[in-house]
Design a protein around this ligand. Structure first.
Ligand code: NIG
Length: 403
């Protein structure tokens, strides 16, 4: 079954050549993109969809979410808006509610959050454990996450549970807990921050998880300058997420990590992606990360929602893109790239075509996964020009119409 999507005013491919085609069309065949180019030379297909002069871009790749949770933290949010500081300790409130929820409820809640994200244009999504924090509940969260998300990250090292010794808990995270989650996860993460895990504890977790065959990433430099970025680049993490407080040596370390990579061909040794989470920063009143400086230094940047009950209860990638343009000084093309190709790069899913087992996500090119986001607007500029407006018009996820 093939579908011709034609009469596209602007087709922002986010491919390696950064092509933006005007008066374009594309053909989706099964789960893949079979053709794209000028509407006037489009081939025939089994069915046709008239885009009506709308813009088309890749579906969002949300590379950082925490969707497996129960409970509510409205009171904490209200206190924060009244002047309280965010602290990692709030995580314990969600851990308590999550442990008490049934499998059925936890699955239903996570599925509903994924559906909400897809309805807003997200077509590829990572989610984490981290609200179980004992072997039984981390394994349960990982199992449930693996049924609802494209990529699952083990975040047993999210917070040291109250009353436990930090080093003894780190041993558990590196040992029996890791063994229990291992069948369900591809990634591991650690919250390397004052009030969570020290550099040494974080290093131990990341090494153990890497030795177990997992890709690694780090929550770092969210609440103050700290060792997160240096640790992530030292260990070759796929991403370091938050990056609000960066010293000049942190920017340099991230830039250095990309020197072996050729962005024009997408080949060579990948570095560490700096993942910015602006919705979280607004909700916690932290400074926005220096994304402009990172891009200018040659760092690959991703934008993600960080959807979670404590610091960022939104899965709207369009909101993140608008914020990146309006307040972080990215161009619309750069912001959309960070929310699509950048996320794919952070998840090592930016390559792959007909010859490979996995198809690339986060960009539109022949052989890539047909993850397509049509806006109810003639250009992607409207994402920032009309912030907060419901611009998602249609979504295809792996070639299947999802909205
Ligand atoms: O990414 N920083 C650590 N983890 C989450 C917050 C989780 C919570 O407060 O529940 C974050 O912001």
């Amino acid at each position: 079954m093939s579908t011709l999507i034609t009469n596209i005013a602007e087709l922002m491919t986010q491919d390696l050549e950064h092509r933006v085609l005007k008066n374009a069309a594309m053909v989706v065949e099964g789960e893949r993109i079979a053709w794209l180019g000028a509407a006037a030379s489009a081939p025939a297909a089994d069915e046709a969809v008239d885009a009506g002069g709308r813009a088309v871009l890749p579906g969002w790749v949300d590379s950082h979410t925490h969707l497996v949770f129960a409970g509510d933290r409205t009171a904490e949010f209200e206190a924060r808006m009244a002047g309280e500081q965010y602290s990692a300790g709030g995580i314990a409130v969600t851990v308590d509610a999550t442990r008490r929820a049934s499998d059925f409820d936890l699955t239903r809640l996570a599925m509903a959050r994924v559906s909400e994200a897809v309805s807003l244009g997200t077509t590829y999504l990572e989610t984490k454990t981290g609200y179980g924090l004992d072997t039984e509940h981390e394994a349960r969260s990982a199992r449930i996450a693996s049924t609802v998300a494209d990529e699952v990250t083990y975040l047993g090292a999210h917070l040291v549970p109250t009353g436990l010794d930090a080093d003894a808990y780190t041993d558990l995270v590196c040992g029996p807990m890791l063994d229990a989650v291992r069948p369900y996860v591809r990634w591991a993460d650690v919250f390397c921050e004052k009030g969570a895990f020290t550099a040494e504890q974080s290093r131990r977790v990341l090494r153990a998880c890497r030795d177990a065959g997992l890709g690694i990433r780090v929550h770092g430099n969210q609440l103050g300058e700290g060792p997160g970025v240096q640790l992530a680049t030292e260990l070759g993490a796929a991403s370091v997420d938050h990056v609000n407080y960066l010293a000049s040596q942190d920017v340099a370390a991230l830039a250095d990590s990309w020197t072996g990579w050729d962005p024009s061909t997408g080949t060579g040794a990948r570095g560490t992606v700096a993942t910015c989470l602006p919705a979280c920063d607004l909700s916690t009143r932290q400074p926005l990360p220096p994304a402009r400086a990172l891009l200018d230094a040659g760092v690959q940047v991703a934008l993600a929602s960080n959807c979670n009950p404590g610091t960022s209860y939104t899965s709207s990638m369009a909101f993140c893109v608008a914020t990146a343009v309006l307040q972080m000084r990215l161009s619309v093309h750069e912001a959309v790239r960070a929310a699509t190709y950048g996320g794919a790069l952070a998840l090592h899913r930016e390559t792959g075509n007909d010859a490979d087992g996995e198809r690339a996500v986060g960009s539109l090119a022949v052989g890539h996964r047909a993850d397509v986001h049509m806006l109810n607007a003639p250009s992607a500029t409207h994402l920032a020009y009309r912030p907060g407006m419901p611009l998602t018009y249609a979504v295809w996820r792996a070639g299947v119409r999802a909205r």
